[in-house]
Design a protein around this ligand. Structure first.
Ligand code: NAD
Length: 473
């Protein structure tokens, strides 16, 4: 059991102005595993004031200084990789056999890579009588969800550190611990006070203040579309830059000439990893009609190979969902799918006896899904895959684009060029070609209601930059 009543503000662990606390539960067994402060608006104001005061000096540090800090932090993160892994497994249920790989190591490597990007701030362009310079955007608020809590923080923080912005980070209430470890690392490495501040709290309590505060220049939010809309509304009165990484219902087109077994197995793995709690999960698998029955059988076998259970068991490949609330939400969608007339191929709402204590959901596959069913239209955010038949390629593209979302997509065709040709017609920010995986050097972000802006890579860095122009006389 961990107790964290302090917040990291202005380089000091300070007692929260609020006496309220947040209980953090282990979703594998429902037990209390940590308690944090539930910050209030006084804490928000203190953290933003610290970030504002730190900005003038931090924003003019050299690329080399910021790069050295990033490397020193990455080194410390590496030393504490096992600790990050343990707290993420404990608070959101990702199996320990996977946590290091998919939750932690990629985030550490990605953070280290930002050390090479600090020089981007020194780029200038002199043309048509104007000199263009790069300036950091300023004080940034980060609001993150619980599904990849370290990675989602790093995608924002790496860019802020590289560009010279200062930060107030608010982790999801369910997964606060990795942010607190990172604050400890910043403290140890000696990053100037106020550059990175962490406050733990409920979005519903302090979100509005964080996003509307006049001294904040940018809000970078990852989470649900519903909360993202509230964030943008709160930020609008002071005309902040708002970056939104929101939900998705991403399509995966498998063509007739693709390797069907490889494609279907990849698609099942893609959805089921992290118990289906991945915003870019390819949850609508589009399959040629003549291969549909065969694909159903391959998908069923692949889903039934997944070992669901205690995330600390090394043989387990799928842990619980992040909370009982999330479990209930997903089970409600599974019931809805059955009511809507989809065919339950495997999984469903019944749990084996040994999984009753935690927030578990069995890997679930629906066939005979039409794209107008709610299970094909709304983000379930659990281990639920819809198999949808299509008649020809244009029909597949039409189904793929028939969604309010546009975060991700996938195409598995006979080869890369034919897959890219189809992918170009899908309205989504990313496309996974021929069974590829998340790449933290590749810009990530949504079209349509999946968000605004990009994270990762140089486009992710640019979100934190203002272009300042010297009009030359
Ligand atoms: P959520 O929107 O409920 O919460 C996300 C964060 O927002 C939490 O820190 C929460 O405290 C905060 N929050 C909630 N209401 C707020 C408000 N009114 N003002 C300010 N902050 C507020 O989402 P969740 O359930 O934690 O996460 C799941 C969702 O996140 C899914 O929809 C998923 O697709 C999305 N997601 C998107 C990406 C992406 O990069 N596009 C990545 C991961 C998750």
């Amino acid at each position: 059991m961990q107790y964290h009543r302090n917040l990291y503000i202005n380089g000091i662990w300070q007692t929260s102005a609020s006496t309220q606390t947040i209980d953090v539960l282990n979703p594998a067994n429902g037990e209390l595993c940590a308690q944090t402060a539930s910050a209030n608006e006084t804490d928000v104001d203190a953290a933003i004031s610290a970030a504002k005061n730190a900005f003038p000096a931090w924003s003019i540090t050299s690329a080399k200084q910021r790069s050295d800090f990033i490397i020193a932090i990455a080194d410390e993160m590496q030393q504490r990789a096992a600790e990050f892994t343990d707290v993420i497994t404990m608070t959101m249920g990702c199996p320990s056999s996977l946590s290091l790989d998919i939750q932690v190591q990629g985030a550490i490597d990605a953070f280290r890579a930002y050390a090479d990007m600090t020089t981007y701030m020194d780029h200038t362009e002199n043309s048509h009588g104007a000199l263009q310079l790069h300036a950091p955007v300023g004080v940034c608020v980060f609001i993150n969800p619980w599904n990849y809590p370290l990675s989602q923080l790093i995608g924002k923080l790496g860019a802020a550190m590289a560009t010279g912005c200062t930060v107030v980070a608010k982790p999801a209430e369910q997964t606060p611990l990795q942010d607190l470890i990172l604050a400890d690392i910043f403290d140890k490495v000696g990053v100037p006070a106020g550059v990175f501040n962490v406050i733990t709290g409920f979005g519903a309590t302090i979100g509005e203040r964080l996003c509307s505060h006049p001294d904040v220049d940018m809000v970078s939010f990852t989470g649900s579309t519903a909360a993202g809309i509230k964030v943008a509304q709160a930020a609008s009165t002071t005309v902040k830059r708002v970056c939104q990484e929101l939900g998705g219902k991403s399509p995966f087109i498998i063509t007739e000439d693709a390797d069907l077994t490889a494609a279907v197995r990849y698609g099942v793995e893609d959805v089921m990893i992290n118990s289906g709690q991945t915003c870019c999960a390819l949850t609508r698998m589009l399959i040629p009609e003549n291969l549909y029955q065969q694909a159903i059988q391959i998908a069923k076998v692949a889903a039934e190979e997944i070992v669901v259970g205690d995330p600390l068991d090394p043989d387990v490949t799928m842990g619980p969902l992040s909370s009982r609330q999330q479990q209930q939400r997903v089970l409600t969608y599974i019931k809805l799918g059955i009511e809507e007339g989809a065919q339950l191929v495997t999984g469903g709402v019944t749990l084996p006896e040994n999984l009753q204590q935690g927030a578990f959901v069995m890997p679930t596959i629906f066939a005979q899904v039409s794209n107008d069913m709610l299970i094909a239209r709304e983000e379930v955010f659990g281990p639920v895959l819809c198999l949808i038949p299509y008649s020809d390629t244009q029909h597949a593209i039409q189904i793929a684009n028939d969604t309010v979302y546009g975060l991700s997509s996938g195409v598995f065709a006979k080869d890369q060029p034919s897959a890219i040709q189809i992918a170009r017609q899908i309205r989504a920010g990313q496309c996974y070609i021929q069974g590829s995986y998340f790449n933290s050097n590749a810009p990530f972000g949504g079209f349509k209601q999946s968000g605004n802006g990009r994270e990762w890579g140089i486009p992710g860095l640019r979100e934190f930059i203002e272009v300042q122009t010297m009009v030359l006389g």
